[in-house]
Design a protein. Structure first.
Ligand SMILES: [Fe+2]
Ligand SMILES: [Fe+2]
Length: 181
């Protein structure tokens, strides 16, 4: 029996990432005080799950399989996706660099964190749209069933120092809770 198609797995991740982005955006735009606790948790989710786990699946498994089947990197859709991932990492580093000062009440640092976070949310929403509507259609076209199964097996066995199965599960629960906020 065929395993879940890797594109479906990645789209499920997208819905979780969107749930946390929506909750963070709401906190940033409506809360009277600076939402240090939620931003700290969301930052951890974005670093460890969105980037450390989800982007790892794309960069180490899906994209290389697509490149092997002739999809362009430079000046092509995969190059655009990799560029977006790099911008996202810079924006997360920006949030992290200002968060401690912001949590101590520094208004300039709080503004900087809000700006970085809102830019991150805006960029990642567009990035997810491009993957869901363009890149993943290409992936479904170029990957035959054995190739898709091979990637799905790699996804299931992802291990790294920072992203243990327990960490992944904890972040999934955080996203589920965020979707109800
Ligand atoms: Fe991506
Ligand atoms: Fe993605």
């Amino acid at each position: 029996m065929a395993l879940e198609h890797p594109v479906m797995d990645l789209m499920t991740d997208h819905r979780r990432i969107e749930a946390v982005m929506n909750a963070l955006e709401k906190q940033l735009l409506v809360s009277d005080s600076f939402p240090t606790e939620f931003i700290t948790k969301a930052l951890k989710f974005f670093v460890e799950y969105a980037d450390g786990f989800h982007h790892l699946k794309e960069e180490e498994h899906l994209f290389p399989a697509m490149v092997d089947r002739g999809v362009a990197v430079e000046c092509g859709p995969i190059g655009v996706m990799l560029h977006d991932h790099a911008i996202g990492r810079q924006l997360l580093a920006g949030i992290r660099s200002q968060l401690e000062e912001a949590s101590r009440g520094d208004p300039h640092a709080q503004t900087a964190v809000r700006d970085y976070a809102l830019r991150y949310i805006d960029m990642l929403r567009q990035h997810i749209w491009k993957e869901d509507n363009v890149l993943f259609s290409i992936a479904q076209r170029v990957l035959d069933e054995p190739a898709a199964d091979f990637i799905a097996e790699r996804f299931a066995s992802i291990r790294s120092m920072n992203v243990t199965p327990e960490t992944v599960e904890r972040h999934r629960q955080f996203a589920d809770a965020a979707s109800r906020l």
